[in-house]
Design a protein around this ligand. Structure first.
Ligand SMILES: [Zn+2]
Ligand SMILES: [Zn+2]
Length: 273
């Protein structure tokens, strides 16, 4: 199993980091988790184009995690030589979001179908709204759905991908909770979006301070990893942005709470399990 951090950024614009998006590749599936800003450029750099995707998994409907879902849908549609279904998995509400995206893309879909005689179908999408306890498959790869706590944003979920004797959890956004501990139990890798509490507290702006309410700090992500018996901790979605050369400082904060390998870095950082 291979995990590629396609986008390690957050809602804060950063010229060197795409928005939240992670690719998980197993022996028989390629799964995209979340669809943040600029992800298709990073997906391309990872050698993958949308027609190769067996599923798009959405942890929650915050804009930074879905802003380029329209790009995935359109590019999958126009690059597939025939009517191929793109499967989208996410919490209840995903269908409403996809309906809105298709409404936004209405003129574009008309232009392309009018222009290209061989394009006789609209984007072929199947939306699967899933909840904690559900699971689904892509080939021999099994994906389990877990509960997260990103309140007041609800519903939000984590995914656990199991294949080839390995497991990886994509925790999405949120603070530690029992559901997250459960889905992370003994996982080979746990990917968590994080913030630096010390830096956030320096910004005297209520709207910025409030992001502390519903994001794991680096310390909390490490504590979850330790409690759950995770083997490798992977940090992403850095708030504020991870500055060049600061990787060891962030890693040391996590290492005070977790003994295993800690991975973080630029877009396209990979972890092989
Ligand atoms: Zn969020
Ligand atoms: Zn986010």
């Amino acid at each position: 199993m291979k995990i590629t951090l396609l986008g390690t950024g957050s809602p804060i614009p950063d010229s060197s980091r795409a928005g939240p998006a992670t690719l998980v590749e197993t022996s028989d599936a390629k799964l995209l988790v979340d669809a943040g800003r600029g992800l298709l450029m990073r997906l391309n750099a990872a050698g993958v184009v949308p027609p190769f995707l067996n599923g798009v998994l959405v942890t929650h409907l915050h804009s930074d995690h879905i802003t380029d879902l329209n790009d995935v849908i359109t590019t999958h549609w126009v690059m597939c030589p025939g009517p191929v279904t793109l499967h989208l998995y996410g919490p209840p509400g995903l269908q409403e979001v996809v309906n809105g995206i298709l409404a936004m893309l209405g003129p574009d879909i008309r232009y392309r179908m009018d222009h290209h005689d061989d394009l006789k179908w609209k984007p072929q999408l199947e939306v699967h709204e899933v909840s904690p306890g559900d699971s689904f498959e892509a080939g021999t790869t099994v994906v389990k759905v877990g509960q997260t706590n990103h309140r007041p944003v609800e519903p939000t979920i984590a995914f656990r991908v199991e294949a080839d004797g390995k497991s990886a959890v994509l925790g999405g956004d949120g603070v530690p909770c029992d559901g997250l501990d459960e889905i992370c139990a003994d996982a080979d890798a746990y990917v968590q979006t994080v913030l630096r509490e010390d830096f956030v507290k320096m910004v005297p702006n209520p709207r910025f301070q409030e992001i502390l309410d519903y994001h794991s700090t680096v310390e909390q992500a490490a504590q979850t990893a330790k409690r759950a018996g995770v083997k490798t901790l992977v940090l992403t979605h850095y708030i504020p942005m991870l500055m060049p050369g600061a990787e060891d400082e962030w890693r040391a904060i996590a290492a005070a709470h977790f003994d295993g390998p800690i991975v973080l870095g630029d877009d396209l950082t990979t972890v092989e399990l």
